[in-house]
Design a protein around this ligand. Sequence first.
Ligand code: ADP
Length: 647
Amino acid sequence: MTGVLAAGLATSLVLTYGALTQSEEGRVRKRLTSAAQEVTESAVTSMADRLARVRAMAGDGAIRQALADVRTGGDTAFSLPDARRTLARLQSSPTDTLPIELWSADGRRLALLGSDVGASRIGSPPRGQAHPVPREGLELLGAIDSAAFGEMYAVAERVYFWIVAPVTDGGQPGGYIAQQRRVGGPSTATQRLRGLMDEEVAMYIRNQTGSFWTTAPGAPVPAPARRDSIGANLFDVRPGVGRLTTVELPITGTPWVMVLEAPVSAVEARAQTTVRTLALISLLLTALGAVASWVISRRITAPLASLTTAAEAIARGEYARRADHVGGDEVGRLAVSFNQMAGEVDSARQALERQVAEARSAAEELALANRQLQHTMGEAEHARRDAELAREEAERANRAKGDFLAVMSHELRTPLNAIGGYTQLLEMGVHGPVTEAQRDALARIERSQAHLLRLINDVLNFAKVDAGQVQYAIADVPLDEALTSLEALVAPQLRAKRLAYTYQPCDSRITVRADPEKLQQIVLNLLSNAIKYTPEGGSVATGCEVGAASVCVTVRDTGLGIPPDRMAAIFDPFVQVDRALHRPNDGVGLGLAISRDLARGMSGELTAESVVGGGSVFTLTLPRPEAEPVVSAGVAEDHSPRVSAEA
Ligand code: ADP
């Protein structure tokens, strides 16, 4: 940044220096021009005056008389001294020793005032040709036809020139007046110049070709080593002085040119001084700016550094660290906010640590609970395995029981059948006549044998059902047909107990999905129970109700009924509601258990409803074939109840 600033500053200083130099140079050149004009003007006036005086002298009668006397060979004893006295008027002062001469047209010097600088014969050159006499400034003497200035020349570090005026006589040149003058001398031009210019200015006069140069006080100097012109501006270069701003003006009426030179270094020095001052001020301002920016930046960065230090400390875990309070500006407010935030972070951290500790202790408790749970689960698994073993053991025992029951039943049926057979043979008198008492005893034996056989069959059936060994031959069974055929089987018992039997016939098209034998076994058992538990004079009724997907077969009686608290138990094996109410030899409580298992084995159900003293209703529900159309009871045929047994 500082580098860029310095570069910018340097560039602007260089540009300023250039502009200043140019403007200063212009100013100097302008002043030089105006001074040159003034000095030249005065020189022109003075030179013109001098020339006019010589020219006037050339027309003087005494001069002309003297020349005429010389030409005609007359007496010059009076006329020449007269002419000399006349010439003396040209002398600027009585001490003026610069020569004033009178020359004849044929090149003889007729009179001399002041010191003699040489009296060589001028001769009489043809008109328009250079005079052969090597007297500087007079070489054109023979060629001039009016007053004129001669060339400047130097003698012993002084510069001289001649003013020559022809003296005509009847239109012919009769002679010449020549006055030598020195450049500078008492001239006050230099002083005037000093008054005009405060710069170090040198004034020169040069001839028109530039081959001869003299200072204004009249000391010969060499021409500049080089001259450059840039546009209308001239620059001379002098050894030991350097480059100079040059202004020159011709001195009108003379063959000379006024030259003013001011060293460029002076101009540059002023610009340099200004630029140096500027540079110094700029440097001072830059330094001040740098110090100010440092102070300002310190004011900004110091609080920020404090904030950063505090933030880093907090990041390292020093949560108690706070930023210094640094005033009420934005950074100060930032520090206050930062401290607040740090405080909140600290309290949040503490809360978090508390929560972490709590979470840790909860995790430990959880781990403990988990271990306990695993322990409990192990124990539960242990218990489950024990239970599994117990269940397997029970199943094994159950199977053994079933096997035992099946074997025992099978083994018992053979001798029982033999007992029945032999009893009947005895009753028939195959072994001799039978007395009434014997017949009665044989009848009791037969009843007991039949009862025992039924018991054994029940046990055998239950064992089979319980062991899941029953095979079901499921088919679409015409229900009406199956129920009608049962009537004949229970007719003797109905008659024996003088019970009325009513059968509400089903639609003959109704079929159920069932094993026909199992269906008949269930309904037969229900009818047997109804007859068994209905006192004489009561009634038993069978019917069916057709549903959309199933058919319910109902067996009703007007018997003893079953107490509500026993309703659930009657379907359990070996359960009888009240043994005292029944004859002890009439069943063992297996019929309903077998019947319900068989019903469920055919995807059906067996349920009961009863009122003590009011009779019972047992309902067997069986599924209908899926494709069978819904047929309502009593639509297609005569379903009026048929009463087959009477009281
Ligand atoms: P069992 O008839 O051989 O005793 P069941 O299993 O057929 O065995 O019947 C179980 C018990 O249910 C019977 O002992 C009886 O108490 C009661 N029970 C069954 N059917 C009826 C009925 N129709 N009326 C009253 N009680 C009945």
